[in-house]
Structures are given as C-alpha cells and as structure tokens.
Design a protein around this ligand. Structure first.
Ligand code: FNR
Length: 399
C-alpha cells in the first residue's frame, strides 16, 4: 500500500516494478562481456528455457470467503512469511543465491549485495568465486544472516578447503552450501564468443577471494617460487583450477567437510531422487534443488519439474532449498507450494545490482516480497507454512 500511496502523490519510482523489465534494462546497460556472463546460459539455452516454462505449467488456485469462523479459516491479516531454517528465524522464505564476481555489475559488488540483503532481512550466500574476500563481505553484511558457498577444491587441496571453511566460520557464516554441479564450467557460447572468463580478467576481480587466502598463497609460492603478485596471470589460472578441479569427489568425501564444518551443510545442484536420497544417507542437513539456472548442463530437465519428486523422496528428512528460474513473487509461491522450504533468488538481484547498486538490489527484493505477500493474500493463503501453502494451492494446467 505504501507503493500505491506514492502513486497518489504522482511519485515515480527510480526503478521499474515490472519484473519482466529488469533483465532487458540491465542487459542494455552492461558491457557485452558482463551481459553475456549473467544472461548467458549453457548451449542452446534449453535447460534455462525449461526452467521458465515449468513455472507456467502450474497455476495458483485462489480460495474465496476464507475469513475465520470459530477457529477455522483465515486469520484475516497479511500472510505470515516467517520460516525457521536450521534453528534460525528467517523473516522471509527467501535467500540470495551465490553469484560470483559481482563487481562486474557494479563497483561495490558483493559489498552492496550483502548490505542490501541485511537491510531487507534475507540471508546472503557468498560465493567462492566472489570478487570480495570472505571477511570484507562479512563486514558489509554486519548483523545480517550470512551463509557461505563452497566451490570444493580437490582432495589434494584439502588444506585450502579447510582454510576457506575456517575463515568463513570465523567471519560468522553459519551454513555451508557446497555446489556440486560446477566442478568445471559449462559450455557457455556467449562467454566463448566474447573470449571472456571473468576469473582470468586483467583486473583479477574474479579471484579476490582466493588471492586473500593464506594457505592458497603459500601453496602457490611453494609450487612456483614466486608470490602471486609477481605473476598474477598464472595465479588467476591456478585459482580457477583450484576451485573447478574436475570430477574429483565422491559421496564418501562429504565426511571431510562434515569434520571441518561445525554447522548445517547443504548440497547445491541436486536434480535427481537418487542424489537426494544419497544426501540423506550421508547425513547432510539440506539440498538445493537447482540446475545452476541452466548455465551448466544444457538439454537438462527443469529444476521446478524435479522439485515435487525430490520433495516426495526426501522432503521430510532434509531442508529443501530451490532455485533456477524464479523471476517474480508468484514463482516463489509455486516453489514453496511444491515443497521448498526456502527459495533462492539468482539473476533478478544481479539485474537490480546492475541497475542501481545496493538500492537496486533492495528494490528487486522488496518488489519480489511485496508481490509474494499480495499473491498469497489474494489466493486466501494465510502463511508460507506447509499447512497453508501446499500442493493443494496449485493446479497443473493441461498441455
Ligand atoms: C551463478 N550461480 C552460482 N552458483 C554457485 O553456487 N556459485 C557461484 O559462484 C555462482 N555464480 C553465478 C553467477 C551468475 C552470473 C549466475 C547468474 C549464477 C548460480 C546461482 O547460485 C543460481 O543457482 C542460479 O542463478 C539460479 O538460476 P536463475 O534463477 O538465476 O536463473
């Protein structure tokens, strides 16, 4: 209503509320390289397109005359969005997906995003491919909730993994997200056409997090006999190999992370029932049902399409996060209804960052939350809890 009041005073917002416009407006502003990196997807964009199409297959069915009578029905107020995840009270059922090299989109990069997340009250997941150090992003996040995403170095570089985990823990990151779908980068034609690898760019922003790691620096010096500052090009290539080591890990290696991380562990990039069951067996606390926004494997299934199957197989034993294709408040409602406990926002906040820095990220987040709240309200759903928001709130449209 605050937004509509502004309309009464003929005040125009600085940034559009049309979620469909964020992507083209941001892309129009960015360099070809930056646009290719954020908008670009793997191969023919099939996985990426399917992520979007999957949302359109489900429709939210609104209920009417739901006001409470004698203990039954809707309490009447605005919907309750709170969620409890791993013992932490979240004000909203969303968090910011880990996205690397945010300084490409705005000079404040991760710092702006961490501040915006804290301001809006959503957890921020810092990427191992960040253009800020773990500590710098933590300072920016201040009293905000923060989680850490690991690109998992090979078993031969276990000491680097341990160092990253220790730094993250010391800096107040409470949950560890381990991304399993990016041990090598996908076939991304837009980056290849631009001859672009953000981690190897001349200004080295894509390797900031690694360059600030004392164990990695020591190992580099031992191996090459020089400090990273003396051969930054080589160092950048080396860091990229460290965090994208190819197929190196097996399920039993997760125990090394469990030994060195005192807190919840979430495996990101799960797309099958088999892997969800493995995650339960191995004893992690959660998974992210995600295909990396269609940026890794093309010709794949939609992430939303797999969500209900995975929830049926493991939803009562794991906390289920979801991402890939979420663009508006109604999308968040659908993912929650299909059993996600928390939804990760990816590209939309990056577009907000490109359009308006910290304020742009806040604008996008507040828009998504506003629309989420109104969509629930208009459907007669009184909370984001499973008892109120579940598959009964959706219908699958016929093809
Ligand atoms: C990503 N994503 C990602 N994931 C991750 O675990 N670590 C990372 O460093 C990155 N980096 C990254 C960069 C960019 C530019 C994008 C767009 C995405 C994937 C991200 O966490 C999330 O899974 C997807 O963004 C979800 O897809 P949509 O909703 O953004 O299409």
């Amino acid at each position: 209503s605050e937004i509509y009041q502004r309309g009464l005073r003929y005040e125009r917002p600085t940034l559009t509320f049309q979620a469909l416009e964020w992507e083209p407006q941001a892309c129009a502003r960015l360099s070809a390289e930056a646009k290719g990196y954020v908008y670009g997807s793997a191969g023919m964009r099939e996985t990426s397109n399917k992520n979007r199409e999957a949302f359109k297959k489900w429709s939210i069915v609104p209920r009417r005359l739901t006001a409470q009578r004698e203990g039954e029905g809707h309490g009447g107020g605005f919907p309750v969005l709170k969620k409890r995840i791993f013992g932490e009270d979240l004000e909203l059922p969303i968090a910011l997906a880990p996205v690397g090299v945010l300084r490409i989109f705005n000079t404040e990069g991760e710092v702006a995003v961490a501040k915006a997340a804290a301001e809006v009250g959503v957890p921020y997941i810092l990427s191992t491919a960040a253009s800020s150090s773990i500590e710098e992003a933590a300072t920016a996040s201040g009293g905000g909730k923060r989680w850490f995403q690991l690109y998992w170095p090979s078993n031969q570089d276990h000491d680097i993994t341990v160092s990253l985990l220790k730094r993250a823990k010391d800096a107040g990151y409470t949950t560890l997200f381990v991304t399993l779908d990016t041990y090598i980068l996908g076939w991304r034609p837009s980056d290849m056409d631009n001859g672009y690898n953000p981690f190897l760019k001349a200004d080295k922003i894509g390797v900031a997090l690694g360059f600030s790691d004392p164990v990695w620096r020591r190992k580099f010096k031992e191996k090459h006999g020089v400090e990273i500052e003396q051969d930054e090009g080589k160092a950048a290539r080396e860091w990229t190999k460290t965090i994208f080591p190819g197929i190196n890990h097996a399920w039993e290696d997760v125990k090394y992370l469990q030994e060195h991380w005192d807190g919840p562990i979430v495996l990101k990039g799960i797309q099958t029932i088999q892997d969800a069951k493995k995650a339960v067996e191995i004893g992690v606390q959660g998974i992210v049902v995600s295909n990396h926004g269609g940026r890794q494997q093309d010709g794949g299934c939609s992430s939303l399409g797999m969500l209900p199957h995975i929830v049926d197989a493991a939803g009562d034993k794991l906390t289920i996060f979801f991402d890939s294709g979420v663009r508006c408040g109604a999308d968040i409602v659908k993912a929650l209804a299909l059993g996600a406990d928390c939804v990760l926002i990816g590209r939309p906040y990056v577009y907000g960052l490109a359009l308006g820095g910290q304020e742009g990220v806040e604008h996008v987040l507040k828009s998504l939350v506003g629309e989420l709240e109104l969509t629930l309200h208009l459907a007669g759903i009184q909370s984001a809890e499973l008892k109120d928001l579940n598959r009964g709130c959706l219908v699958k449209e016929e093809d």
